[in-house]
Design a binder for this molecule. Structure first.
Ligand code: APR
Length: 236
């Protein structure tokens, strides 16, 4: 912890990658952790274009349930620590795989959302996209003014990431002096490429996770524990 604290303090440019684990202590379940996510469905079964085409109502039941849960959740000390870290660093980018918006609610500004935003919807017919923060939604699946079916404006398995988001994340990973990876199982690509990319470009790598991940062996320092406890201590 001492060494990690020093490296973080001395780094002129920092890129952070977060996953579902940073929101776990806000009561938002992770996808692959013991908490499981919803009934006995796996995200790979629901967060796909095929699942949505087959049963849009079921997929929306899952998202409506997650939106209501996230609406009640509050950012935790881990989110707030990253907002504080941003204030301390001239060159900083927070890249998140999370769609819950808790980083912004904690005060983070320089945020890139790789997998979209659960509070936005997009029409599958006319393409119109908009914020829609109603929880619960009045009808499932929700409809666009044009009559088309609305979908969550998030990235599903097999879909491309938003181009600008990926480009910003990749550029930051290539140029940062230090990368901090928090609460991700590092199993889903291309997000999982960012840490090896940063390391290959000479960045120091610090990981914060409850358990070992494929990145742990790659990290200069892998801290075992809860993000809400370890991140504030990293900034002491
Ligand atoms: N503090 C730190 N780490 C934690 C905590 C915690 N309190 N609780 C859980 N973790 C760790 C788990 O050990 C696990 O490594 O967070 C990680 C959560 O992994 P996943 O559930 O796989 O979440 P994530 O890595 O963000 O998933 C990536 O998969 O389903 C898709 O698009 C979805 O963005 C998501 C992507």
């Amino acid at each position: 912890m001492q060494q990690a604290r020093k490296w973080l303090r001395d780094a002129a440019s920092v890129v952070v990658l977060t996953g579902a684990g940073i929101s776990a202590e806000s009561g938002v379940p992770t996808f692959r952790g013991p908490g499981g996510l919803w009934r006995n469905y796996r995200p790979e079964d629901l967060a796909t274009p095929e699942a949505f085409a087959r049963d849009p109502e079921l997929v929306w039941q899952w998202y409506d349930w997650r939106r209501a849960l996230i609406r009640r959740a509050q950012p935790n000390e881990g989110h707030r620590a990253l907002a504080e870290l941003e204030r301390r660093k001239e060159k900083f980018l927070l890249v998140t795989q999370n769609v819950d918006g808790l980083h912004e609610r904690a005060g983070s500004r320089r945020v890139v959302k790789l997998h979209g935003d659960i509070w936005r919807v997009r029409c599958t017919a006319c393409g119109a996209a908009d914020r829609d923060e109603r929880a619960p939604l009045p009808q499932l699946p929700p409809r666009c003014r044009c009559g088309g079916l609305l979908r969550p404006d998030v990235v599903w398995f097999g879909e491309p990431l938003p181009d600008s988001a990926w480009r910003q994340a990749e550029a930051a990973a290539r140029s940062a002096e230090l990368m901090l990876v928090v609460g991700t199982s590092a199993l889903v690509y291309p997000a999982a490429e960012l840490a090896p990319l940063a390391r290959g470009a000479g960045a120091r790598l610090i990981e914060v996770n409850l358990e070992e991940t494929p990145l742990s062996a790659l990290s200069d320092c892998s801290l075992r524990g809860k993000a809400a406890e370890l991140l504030p201590r990293l900034l002491e």
